[in-house]
Ligand binder design. Structure first.
Ligand code: IFM
Length: 462
C-alpha cells in the first residue's frame, strides 16, 4: 500500500526535518513546499460574523450559472474547521500555506466600516500556522469582490482601485507582523476574461471593453496596493500571482499563428507587462489607451519581490472570428493526454513558461503558486484514494520545474493546488483538485496518496 509505505514521511515530522527535506533532491534545502487554497472556494459561512456578500454569492444564486446549482455557501466549511486544516498542513510537512482573505469578510461594504470578527478569523488562522512553523502566504484578492462595490461598477470603476489599496493596508496593519509574503491578486487575467469578457464567472459581464477595463483597473489596484503595503511596513515580500500558459497555434496556418500571438499578448502580457515593463504589449496597447489616465503607468510599475506563477497546461489557439480577440481555444495535437477538466497535460510547457518568464521579465524570484490536476478520484471501500494519475502529473511537473534551475531560473518554491477538494467555480463540486479528499456530505477529510507523495518522495526527486 502506497499510503503505508509513505507513512513515515507524513507522520509527526519535526519542523527541522521538514526544512531539511530538500537535501539530495533537485531542489535546494530552502525551497518552499506549500499548498494553496482560496477563501470563497473553501470557507463557507457566508452569512457568519457580519460578512458582506461577494459577487460570487450573487452569481452562484443566479439560476443556471453553476453546474448542479452548487454554491460556496458551505464549501469545505473551513471557516469552522480551520484547526483541522492547519493540522493537515502540518501532517503533510508543508512549510507554507497560501490562502486568500475575503474582502467582504473584512469590509462588508467594500470600504468604510471594518468587520473586526472577519479580521479575527484570519488572525487566529495565522497564529495557528505560525505555531506550526508554517509560513502564511496571503493573497488579498481571489475573485470575491464585495457585491457592494460591484453595484458601483466593480472593476469597471477606477474607484475600486483606491478601495483595494485601503483594504490591503487594513489587512497588513493587523497581520503584517506575522505574515511576510503577500500577493495582491490571483490571476487577474483569468478574472478579467472569464468574469468580465465571456461571463462564465462572477460577476458575469461580457464584452471586450469590460474585459480590458477589468484588466487595467486590477493592474492599477495592484500598484496602489503595493505602495500602500510598503508604506505600512518595510519588511514584507510583495508580489502578484498570474496564470501563464504558452499560447501555441492550433495548426500550421498563418491565421492560427497570428491568433496565438494575439491571444498571447492578451493572456500572458496584459496583466504582467505593465507591472514589470511599464506598458501594455504592443499588439494590444492601443486598445488600452482610453483607459490610461496620467500617472497610471508609473503607479502600476511598482518594484515587486517575487512573481507567483500558476501553471496547469499550454493553450492551443485557433482563429475564431466570433470570439473576443478573434482567437480562442482550438484543436489540441492528437494523442495529447487530458485531465478531467479537459486541459492538456504537458509538463514541458512549464519548463517553457519558466524560461520565458526570465527572458521577458528579468531575474525575478519565482514561486509556482499553483500547479495540480483534476481527476475523477474514486474512493476505495476503505475510504482511501489512490490518485496515481495526480501523482504522475505532479511528478512530471516537478521534474519540468527542476530543469529550469540549471538554466538559472530563480525558482524558489512550489505550492500544490489544492490542499482540499473544493468549490471549482462554474464547475461547482464536480471537479476535484485536492490532495485531500473532502466528502461534501460529511466534511470528512481524507488525505489522498498524492498528499503522502508531496510530503516525501516529491522532495527527494522521486
Ligand atoms: O480553482 C482554480 C483557482 O481558483 C485558480 N487557479 C486555477 C484553479 C483550477 O481551476
Amino acid at each position: 500500500m502506497l499510503i503505508a509505505t509513505l507513512a513515515p514521511f507524513v507522520l509527526g515530522k519535526s519542523p527541522a526535518a521538514r526544512s531539511a527535506a530538500g537535501h539530495g533532491s533537485t531542489f535546494p534545502a530552502d525551497f518552499v513546499w506549500g499548498a494553496a487554497t482560496s477563501s470563497y472556494q473553501i470557507e463557507g459561512a457566508v452569512d457568519v460574523d457580519g460578512r458582506g456578500k461577494s459577487i460570487w454569492d450573487v452569481f452562484c444564486h443566479s439560476p443556471g450559472r453553476i453546474k448542479n446549482g452548487d454554491t460556496g455557501d458551505v464549501a469545505c466549511d473551513h471557516y469552522h474547521r480551520w484547526r483541522e486544516d492547519v493540522a493537515l498542513l502540518a501532517r503533510g510537512s508543508f512549510g507554507a500555506y497560501r490562502f486568500s482573505t475575503a474582502w467582504p469578510r473584512i469590509l462588508p461594504a467594500g470600504s468604510g466600516a471594518i468587520e473586526h470578527r472577519g479580521l479575527d478569523f484570519y488572525d487566529r488562522l495565522v497564529d495557528a500556522l505560525v505555531a506550526q512553523r508554517i509560513a502564511p502566504w496571503l493573497c488579498l484578492y481571489h475573485w470575491d469582490l464585495p457585491q457592494a462595490l460591484q453595484q458601483q461598477g466593480g472593476w469597471l470603476n477606477r474607484d475600486t482601485c483606491r478601495h483595494f489599496a485601503d483594504y490591503a493596508q487594513i489587512v497588513a496593519r493587523r497581520l503584517g507582523d506575522r505574515v511576510k509574503h503577500w500577493a495582491t491578486f490571483n490571476e487577474a487575467n483569468v478574472h478579467a476574461l472569464f468574469g468580465h469578457g465571456i461571463g462564465t464567472h462572477a460577476p458575469g459581464l461580457t464584452g471586450r471593453s469590460n474585459m480590458l477595463a477589468a484588466m487595467h483597473h486590477q493592474n492599477l489596484a495592484h500598484g496602489l496596493a503595493v505602495a500602500a503595503l510598503r508604506a505600512e511596513r518595510s519588511d514584507l515580500r510583495l508580489g502578484t500571482i498570474i496564470n501563464l500558459q504558452p499560447a501555441r497555434p492550433s495548426s500550421q496556418s498563418d491565421e492560427d499563428r497570428r491568433a496565438a500571438e494575439r491571444f498571447d499578448a492578451v493572456w500572458n502580457g496584459a496583466c504582467l507587462d505593465p507591472l514589470t515593463k511599464g506598458g501594455y504589449p504592443a499588439a494590444i496597447a492601443a486598445e488600452f489607451a482610453s483607459l490610461i489616465a496620467d500617472g497610471d503607468l508609473a503607479a502600476m510599475r511598482q518594484p515587486i519581490d517575487y512573481l507567483g506563477l500558476n501553471y496547469y497546461s499550454p493553450m492551443y489557439i485557433a482563429q475564431a472570428p466570433q470570439s473576443l480577440f478573434g482567437a480562442w481555444f482550438g484543436a489540441v495535437p492528437a494523442g495529447t493526454p487530458f485531465t478531467a477538466m479537459g486541459w492538456p497535460i504537458d509538463a514541458a510547457g512549464l519548463t517553457e513558461e519558466l524560461i520565458r518568464l526570465r527572458e521577458r521579465h528579468g531575474d525575478l524570484d519565482i514561486y509556482i503558486t499553483e500547479n495540480g490536476a483534476c481527476f475523477d478520484d474514486l474512493a476505495a471501500a476503505d475510504g482511501s484514494v489512490r490518485d496515481e494519475e495526480r501523482i504522475a502529473y505532479l511528478r512530471s511537473h516537478l521534474v519540468a520545474a527542476g530543469r529550469t534551475l540549471h538554466a538559472g531560473v530563480r525558482l524558489r518554491g512550489y505550492f500544490v493546488w489544492s490542499l482540499l477538494d473544493n468549490f471549482e467555480w462554474a464547475e461547482g463540486y464536480s471537479r476535484r483538485f485536492g490532495v485531500v479528499r473532502v466528502d461534501f456530505d460529511t466534511q470528512r477529510r481524507t488525505p489522498k496518496s498524492s498528499f503522502a507523495y508531496l510530503a516525501g518522495p516529491a522532495r527527494s526527486g522521486l
